[in-house]
Design a protein around this ligand. Structure first.
Ligand SMILES: CC(C)(COP(=O)(O)OP(=O)(O)OC[C@H]1O[C@@H](n2cnc3c(N)ncnc32)[C@H](O)[C@@H]1OP(=O)(O)O)[C@@H](O)C(=O)NCCC(=O)NCCS
Length: 199
């Protein structure tokens, strides 16, 4: 099996990926942020996704999104073809896309929202911790993605503080200020400014 950073040569898989995302969400009875063919194609051709294939067959996929002007990164749209599940494919893809995110955005916090145990396990192994939603990006565009979810009313009733998804966050080491982890994005920016001044 090959697990690669995406490029134009993978565009031939985009319809299958989009269809499987939709079918899986239907089977799980969950809503998902709608991903158009154009949106997924751009992720693939820009090298902002990781794709697994075997003998020319599509196996799995995940892509990178950035929010709050690059202060937050999400690894979204994780999907493994049903015939290849429970063999560790998602673990390999998530490891690769996480590394790609860290390489591209070394100071960004990496987060995810999920109801899935598999994803919770993988994220925990990567160093993510469960958090409340106020620790995540407050970028309106991100939260607009929840509008297609069947649980959107609950999210709104809870004033966007929590919902049925578990929020998980990875805070990079370089968010440490004087050896203490700083969880506040606005303080992080402030501290970056200060540390730049002191150099
Ligand atoms: C969720 C999904 C990506 C997992 O892919 P996978 O390749 O089967 O996952 P892995 O084999 O790497 O398993 C990772 C871990 O999760 C566990 N796991 C896998 N599927 C699971 C499931 N349905 N329920 C509970 N645990 C599960 C595995 O046992 C493994 O745990 P371990 O490390 O303790 O052994 C895949 O089932 C899928 O595409 N589902 C539909 C889309 C989806 O739900 N995406 C996630 C959106 S947040």
């Amino acid at each position: 099996m090959e697990i690669e950073i995406s490029s134009c040569e993978h565009l031939m898989y985009v319809s299958e990926i989009q269809q499987e995302m939709y079918d899986s969400a239907q089977r799980r009875g969950t809503g998902i942020a709608k991903r158009s063919i154009e949106y997924l194609s751009k992720k693939i051709s820009d090298g902002n996704a990781v794709i697994a294939t075997e003998n020319g067959e599509w196996v799995g996929f995940c892509y990178i999104e950035t929010w709050s002007h690059g202060q937050f990164v999400a690894n979204s749209g994780l999907i493994v073809s049903p015939n290849f599940r429970n063999r560790g494919v998602a673990t390999l893809i998530k490891n690769r896309v996480f590394q790609l995110s860290r390489d591209k955005y070394p100071t960004a916090k990496v987060f995810g929202l999920t109801t899935g145990l598999a994803v919770m396990k993988i994220n925990s192994d990567l160093g993510y911790k469960p958090v409340i939603y106020s620790e995540l990006t407050q970028d309106e565009e991100f939260w607009n993605g929840c509008k297609n979810c069947v649980n959107y009313e609950i999210l709104m009733k809870k004033e966007r503080k929590n919902c049925l998804c578990t929020a998980m966050l990875f805070v990079p080491e370089n968010n440490k200020v004087n050896g203490v982890v700083n969880n506040q994005p606005e303080n992080q920016y402030q501290n970056e400014q200060e540390s730049n001044l002191s150099v």
